[in-house]
Design a protein around this ligand. Structure first.
Ligand code: HEC
Ligand code: HEC
Length: 171
């Protein structure tokens, strides 16, 4: 099963494609909810919905636990100056909920090390405040972001090093 998934999501769940999310290292409770939503057809990616619909519930749990135990492989930034600007923004505005380490919890996905293409869309959708990813918490927090802010934050976030899940707030 994981071999099929690795075609797109990468070996051990670290994707090498900017538009396909890492599966590694996400909180299992968060991930199961994500998978449940796919099965219910809320995230509209037909191919993924089909694959997940075809999985038995024990396969889903096994898959979630497997990927939760993998580490995201570190991806260096191509633009350190931009990433430094993004770090400033994150540590001013976003750290209250995402921590300075960008880690996950049962309600929030790990953003540290995630593919930038997979975070840009949700951020733009939160900012727009309607439709697919409307969210009463993220919409007010992204309303003032310019496209340049998003670019900088994502340059930083996608190059953040792996940190273990245990303490939820510190770097
Ligand atoms: C042909 C490529 C492809 C294959 C093969 C594939 N996926 Fe995906 N997967 C995607 C894409 C693209 C997305 C992002 C969809 C979106 O954001 O709407 C995704 C999203 C996901 C998500 C949600 C991740 C998130 O953070 O939002 C999960 C979970 C997932 N895939 C699990 C799997 C599993 C398990 C398998 C193997 C059974 C698999 N995928 C095989 C392309 C693929
Ligand atoms: C008050 C708490 C809070 C603040 C502040 C906050 N967030 Fe979030 N963020 C959340 C919650 C809760 C979610 C999950 C929402 C959902 O399920 O769609 C989330 C989701 C996200 C996601 C989507 C992750 C994914 O893989 O789907 C991104 C990206 C993100 N936040 C980035 C940011 C950035 C950048 C900032 C600062 C500009 C920020 N957040 C500030 C609470 C917060």
């Amino acid at each position: 099963m994981a071999a099929v998934c690795a075609n797109c999501h990468g070996k051990g769940g670290t994707s090498t494609k900017p538009s396909i999310p890492n599966l590694a290292g996400q909180n299992p409770a968060y991930r199961l909810e994500q998978v449940r939503q796919f099965a219910g057809g809320r995230c509209r990616n037909e191919f993924m919905e089909g694959m997940i619909r075809a999985m038995h519930s024990d396969e889903k749990i096994g898959m979630v636990l497997f990927y939760a135990a993998q580490q995201v492989a570190h991806q260096a930034t191509a633009n350190p100056a931009l990433a430094a600007q993004g770090q400033k923004y994150l540590e001013k505005t976003c750290f209250r909920c995402h921590g300075t380490g960008g880690r996950d919890n049962a309600q929030i996905a790990r953003i540290a090390g995630q593919q930038p293409g997979c975070l840009r869309r949700p951020l733009q959708r939160y900012r727009a405040g309607g439709g697919v990813r409307a969210n009463p918490i993220m919409t007010p927090n992204t309303k003032l972001m310019t496209d340049a802010d998003i670019k900088a934050v994502l340059a930083y976030v996608s190059s953040m090093p792996w940190t273990s899940r245990k303490p939820s707030r510190q770097a």
